[in-house]
Design a protein around this ligand. Structure first.
Ligand SMILES: Cc1cc2nc3c(=O)[nH]c(=O)nc-3n(C[C@H](O)[C@H](O)[C@H](O)COP(=O)(O)OP(=O)(O)OC[C@H]3O[C@@H](n4cnc5c(N)ncnc54)[C@H](O)[C@@H]3O)c2cc1C
Length: 461
């Protein structure tokens, strides 16, 4: 180690920063310094105590399990015995509530569900043919129009929301068909997703990786001088040969971090064009259960005429027995609206929705948790989504290094952007490019040249 001048400074100790630092360390570049703005590692994987149980404010599922390849996060979750529960969405059609109460007829709901499934297959074919023809990208909504499958009734809209917005955090109008249908996560790692409910938190996977290269004290806590927490705007100066930036793309879209000299135009254009979705998991607690429990009841849907209005529900009896907790998820504009209003207002809205579904006799909620990722200057959102029309060339520029400044994070994973495994694999990838530069002096890829030419063009405009 060279003391005050490490080879690499890693900005951010979320999954990707920790994964990058470990990869560097494994390759013999042990003099890294990780600077994290908050008081903890894990970033968007974060547990909190909610009325006596540990719930996840950020990432909750290991997504992509039981497929042809093994999701590396699943491997680690098993190595540490992380408690998780397979989510079973097969019964949704029997659990769709009308706006003013009562369930939709199951066969009616099933028909809409089947038709959505048929559309999904169709759209996957459209996506594949766009790719093979080298044609322009289209949105998921465009594909719906092609098939005359644009949802119009509350139940159609609710089921569409359940399928797309709960995965991408943004509506089909904004989302790239070519890059999200089908999602490589499920094609490669399998269709199953497992809900983590463990008092150590999903973040224990990040700790598990960190402890493989950072020192710990007798109590097992990380005490390595190469990890500095609460590192923000305190006037300290650190020097290094290289920097690896792992902050969210939402952070990079603001001026929280200033680069001197400024990032080139091609880089900024790429960063500014990608999307960071907002996805809000609201936990609510009750004195007792008034919702159906048992097999096939875990997920339910509320079909309000206002699309995305408290649509997605999960009862957590399996995961947190006896805690009497529900989880309702909102996204995008609803998330931003709810982040900006007091929790009491949100609770009142949710109580009204629940009374519509279950009648006036239900008890008042005793506690509510509303995470605010979008308002948080260290995140500015939840997971990235590929907007329609953004080319692969432009996408590659998001992760491309600028001189000795490297980039990583879930938003730099071409196949698995938006996910925990995407962040993990991106950390390894970006670290490997940096290692190639340090050790083999392979620093300027051919692509960089293209980018630089483009930059000149932009400046001449
Ligand atoms: C609500 C929510 C639900 C999600 N659900 C799932 C899910 O179920 N399954 C799944 O696979 N994925 C899910 N995700 C996505 C997953 O959490 C992320 O893809 C992944 O954790 C991102 O890791 P990262 O290292 O790229 O970024 P981050 O976790 O954001 O790490 C970046 C780190 O940089 C720090 N930082 C920011 N600015 C600075 C600065 N100026 N200086 C120093 N440090 C800074 C941050 O504090 C943070 O610790 C979800 C995310 C959210 C928010």
């Amino acid at each position: 180690a060279r003391g005050l001048t490490p080879t690499v400074i890693v900005i951010g100790a979320g999954m990707s920063g920790i994964s990058a630092a470990k990869t560097l360390s494994d390759a013999g570049i042990k003099d890294v310094l990780i600077l994290e703005a908050t008081d903890r590692i894990g970033g968007r994987i974060k547990k909190t105590n909610f009325s006596g149980v540990y719930v996840e404010m950020g990432a909750n599922w290991v997504e992509g399990v039981n497929g042809k390849e093994v999701n590396p996060i699943w491997t680690m979750a098993n190595e540490i015995g992380l408690k998780s529960y397979r989510s079973d969405f097969r019964y949704i059609a029997s659990n769709v509530y009308k706006q003013s109460g009562g369930l939709y007829n199951e066969s009616e709901a099933q028909k809409i569900f089947d038709s959505a499934e048929e559309f999904f297959q169709f759209s996957a074919n459209v996506s594949a043919s766009l790719l093979s023809n080298g044609a322009e990208d289209v949105s998921i909504l465009t594909a719906e129009r092609l098939r005359n499958k644009v949802p119009s009734t509350p139940i159609e809209k609710a089921l569409e929301y359940f399928r797309y917005d709960s995965q991408q955090g943004e509506p089909p109008r904004l989302t790239s068909l070519r890059n999200t249908v089908p999602l490589p996560t499920f094609a490669d790692f399998g269709d199953d997703i497992y809900f983590v409910a463990d008092s150590r938190g999903y973040e224990s996977v990040v700790h598990y990786i960190a402890k493989q290269f950072l020192t710990t004290n007798k109590a097992g806590q990380i005490n390595d001088p190469r990890l500095l927490l609460n590192k923000t705007q305190d006037g300290s100066v650190y020097k290094a040969d290289y920097v690896m930036v792992s902050a969210s793309i939402g952070v990079l879209q603001t001026d929280l971090i200033s680069f001197v000299p400024p990032l080139p135009d091609w880089k900024l254009l790429a960063i500014y064009q990608f999307d960071l979705s907002v996805y809000t998991k609201i936990f609510i607690k009750f004195p007792y259960k008034f919702w159906p429990t048992g097999n096939g009841t875990e997920f339910f849907v509320y079909a309000h005429e206002r699309r995305g209005y408290y649509t997605n529900w999960q009862q957590l009896e399996n995961e947190y027995p006896g805690a009497n907790c529900l989880l309702v998820t909102v996204t995008d504009d609803e998330s931003r609206r709810i982040e900006q209003q007091p929790d009491l207002k949100t609770k009142a809205e949710i109580m009204e929705v629940l009374r519509n579904m279950f009648g006036d006799d239900i008890p008042e909620a005793t506690d509510i948790l509303v995470p605010r990722w979008w308002s948080d200057k260290f995140y500015r959102g939840c997971f990235s989504n590929w907007p329609v029309g953004l080319s692969r060339h432009r996408f590659n520029q998001i992760k491309s290094p600028v001189d000795r400044v490297y980039f990583t994070g879930e938003h730099t994973s071409e196949k698995y952007f938006g996910y925990v495994h995407g962040a993990y694999l991106a950390g390894i990838d970006s670290a490997n490019s940096l290692i190639n530069c340090v050790k083999k002096k392979m620093c300027n890829s051919k692509d960089d040249k293209i980018f630089q030419d483009e930059n000149v063009l932009l400046q001449e405009e």
